[in-house]
Design a protein around this ligand. Sequence first.
Ligand SMILES: [Zn+2]
Length: 84
Amino acid sequence: MDFDNDLTNYSRLKKKSAPCPECSLQVNEGEEKCHHCGYSFSAVDFELFDIYARKQRRKGIKKGIIIFPIVMFLFYLVFLLLEY
Ligand SMILES: [Zn+2]
């Protein structure tokens, strides 16, 4: 698993950014223009940003559901080892 990539994805979620439709570099939500290529976003683009952000968030939740039991199990193993 690429942990670094996970972390950057998480901070992107918090900042709510999405790829520019013109140059596909990351732009922050609330900006009217891409600061990379100067492309002005339309209402459709904002809609796409919203869909993208929602999809990313859902992906994050799914990951959390998978990772949480694994982490709990590891804690359980550590406690078992400490007992002996
Ligand atoms: Zn751009």
